[in-house]
Design a protein around this ligand. Structure first.
Ligand code: 5GP
Length: 192
């Protein structure tokens, strides 16, 4: 069992509706030493890819992407969520449906910060159905840049996102993959 799996078992809370709460160390209060470990782990897995930018989505991806960008010594960008439809031509835009809030947002990244030269590592906290990742991937593609890796902290392996993204040919690595979880008994099992 790795450092993150141990932490999920210790402090994660399984909620109804296939939601894992990790508010005590990742999504509300943040364990900065754990974030450093996560950044180092992603560096270990993607350091040979020539990454030039780390891309995530606000809000919960930001701290993870920051810790990762520190290890790579490269800039980090976060896609902003926007309800506005009045987007000018200076932005890359994608539609994303939120798994946790069941709302639709547009996400935007300024054209200033992503170019066709970039080799992008996409980072996020959770992977469920893959909507957030698909939005981020489409922004990178619109910029003419390449997605050279995708790093996820917690993948819920019993939902479809991981399979879809891997089938599209992307190099996706998750530090913990949950095989199953049960809210009633508060149990979590990991894919080995
Ligand atoms: P997806 O777009 O893959 O369906 O969902 C990914 C996004 O939804 C992540 O950015 C994350 O913020 C949120 N999310 C999905 N599942 C969970 C979960 O079980 N727990 C928490 N805390 N967030 C989740």
């Amino acid at each position: 069992m790795n450092f993150l799996e141990e932490r999920i078992l210790k402090d994660g809370i399984v909620k109804e509706g296939n939601v894992l709460k990790v508010d005590s160390f990742l999504n509300h209060q943040m364990d900065v030493a754990l974030l450093d470990e996560i950044g180092k782990e992603f560096y270990k897995r993607f350091s040979d890819k020539g990454i030039t930018k780390i891309l995530t989505i606000e809000a919960s991806g930001i701290a993870i992407a920051y810790a990762t960008a520190r290890c790579f010594g490269m800039p980090m960008i976060f896609a902003k969520k926007s309800k506005s439809v009045n987007i000018d031509g200076d932005m890359y835009v994608a539609d994303v449906e939120s798994f946790t809030h069941k709302t639709k947002n547009q996400i935007i990244v300024s054209k200033k910060y992503l170019s066709s030269e970039d080799k992008v590592l996409i980072i996020d906290d959770f992977l469920a159905n893959g909507c957030a990742l698909q939005g981020l991937i489409s922004i990178v593609k619109n910029a003419g840049a390449s997605v050279d890796g995708i790093g996820i902290v917690i993948e819920k392996g019993f939902q479809n996102g991981g399979r879809i993204i891997r089938n599209l040919g992307y190099h996706l690595e998750s530090i913990a993959i949950i095989e199953s979880m049960d809210a009633q008994n508060s149990t979590v099992t990991f894919r080995s």
